[in-house]
Design a protein. Structure first.
Length: 192
């Protein structure tokens, strides 16, 4: 091969290399723009959440098998997760004219929303296991008090799973299996 052919092949290889680099950097810039757009959407979602949230909480009645609704407005929060926490903390407060099916001293540790599965994981302190009254009906009242209220007010949540001190347990007091998440059962909600 003569020198001209070698220089010509090197020049073609160099041009090809430059074209590949340009395509690579353009695609990198494009994917970076997509990531930036997703971040803007997430920020926008958070900004929209900064306002009071109107909810309807259902409480057990002394003379009825149905849960009666009460309208509430829960504070101003920056994230949806904070809204869930505030809502559950409101459910933990007793209401004078209603039954709140929770043991005394029960506290919410944290909540986790798994968007892909549309499930809210609710983590309570160890009081749930240590002070819970024995009985199937007590466990069912506790479970559906939370599950129905959460799923009724937050349509993005389809299931609720319970943890105690960050751990999974087989049951609360020996009757209902809480290892799996619960779907709502609205049969006992009485809407106004």
């Amino acid at each position: 091969m003569n020198k001209k052919k070698i220089y010509f092949l090197i020049a073609i290889a160099f041009v090809f290399f430059i074209i590949v680099l340009i395509i690579f950097f353009k695609s990198s810039c494009y994917s970076g723009k997509k990531d930036l757009e997703l971040s803007k959407e997430e920020v926008q979602e958070k900004v929209e959440q900064i306002k009071p949230v109107k909810v309807k909480m259902f409480f057990l009645q002394r003379n009825s098998r149905y849960m009666k609704p009460f309208s509430y407005e829960i504070g101003i929060f920056k994230t949806r997760q904070d809204v869930y926490k505030a809502f559950i903390n409101e459910l933990l407060k007793s209401r004078e004219d209603c039954i709140t099916p929770i043991p005394e001293g029960l506290k919410l540790r944290s909540v986790f929303y798994v968007k892909k599965r549309k499930i809210l994981i609710v983590d309570f302190n160890e009081v749930l296991l240590n002070k819970f009254p024995v009985g199937t009906s007590s466990e069912l009242e506790f479970i559906y008090y939370f599950v129905d209220n959460i799923c009724y007010n937050f349509k993005e949540i389809k299931e609720v799973k319970f943890l105690v001190s960050g751990n999974e347990y087989k049951t609360i007091s020996g009757h209902i299996d809480i290892e799996n998440p619960f779907y709502p059962d609205y049969r006992y909600l009485r809407d106004e």
